[in-house]
Design a protein around this ligand. Structure first.
Ligand code: G3P
Ligand code: CA
Length: 263
């Protein structure tokens, strides 16, 4: 990999190939590897907290019944969000003791505090998940929280992303200066974005979509939009991003990608 190509390297749900996604353990590992940014998905709990979870329910990551949007933060706080990733750990007498805090649900506030306290600039790519029963309240809460941190300006270390064009447009109304990313993983999504989204907006296509739709990939690269591509986990993925001039790569394996880039 040519060392002249130096995209921003963003850890997708933390260093999620090695550690359970969206846990503090995964984010600490990503920071230690030197990642430039951290990606997260956010959902609203029933009592109005933004928490970092991808799925609408808890089956996959906490082996539990229930839907995130119907539970309070204190309910989620009882659950272990790391056991699914390493199910044999409990049986391993020699496994080192781990701080239970590293296995629990993480609030967006905690992630932003972690980034604010870090000793170098780290960016946070925050994806709001739709559809959800709370609809636009998610962006309202996100805008309020970013305002608390003083992070709504053009130079904010945070940016908002969504597959929902309406959600990104809503965020634009709430925080006109904040960097925004329209995620795209279908032809239909690309056509909508091409018609409705201004050139200064960042586009976030999936790497598989770019590989399957080379013509669209070339059009996106020539469109004037900056591209933030996910999930870039292999040397081939990174080479494709380099060929398209992608400015940020979002990866489950930040240490591996940084190594390929000679960093
Ligand atoms: O970074 C964007 C990417 O995370 C979108 O897909 O399903 O991993 O949230 P997903
Ligand atoms: Ca995401």
């Amino acid at each position: 990999m040519g060392q002249t190509y130096q995209p921003q390297v963003v850890a997708h749900r933390g260093a999620s190939a090695d550690s359970a996604e969206h846990t503090l353990g995964a984010y600490q590992k990503a920071l230690a590897s030197g990642a430039d940014g951290l990606e997260c998905d956010v959902r609203l709990t029933a009592d109005g907290h933004l928490v970092l979870l991808h799925d609408r329910d808890l089956r996959r990551t906490a082996a539990s019944r229930g839907t995130v949007s119907t539970l309070d933060l204190r309910d989620l706080d009882q659950l272990d969000f790391a056991a699914w990733k390493d199910p044999w750990r409990e049986l391993d007498d020699e496994a080192p003791e781990e701080d239970p805090e590293l296995r629990r649900v993480v609030t967006l506030r905690k992630l932003l505090e972690t980034v604010a306290d870090h000793d170098r600039r780290v960016e946070v790519a925050i994806e709001t998940k739709h559809p959800t029963r709370y609809s636009g309240l998610v962006e309202r809460r996100l805008a309020e929280m970013l305002a608390e941190f003083g992070w709504t300006g053009a130079d904010s270390p945070a940016r908002m992303m969504s597959f929902s064009i309406n959600a990104v447009a809503r965020m634009k109304r709430l925080t006109p200066q904040l960097p925004l990313v329209n995620l795209v993983d279908t032809k239909r999504g690309w056509h909508q974005v091409r018609e409705r989204v201004p050139a200064q907006r960042i586009l976030g296509p999936g790497v598989d979509f770019l590989r399957e739709h080379r013509k669209i990939a070339r059009k996106m690269a020539a469109s004037g939009h900056r591209l933030h591509v996910w999930t870039v986990n292999t040397e081939d993925d990174l080479a494709l991003c380099e060929s398209l001039g992608v400015s940020a790569v979002i990866t489950d394996k930040p240490a591996f990608i940084l190594d390929l880039l000679g960093r």
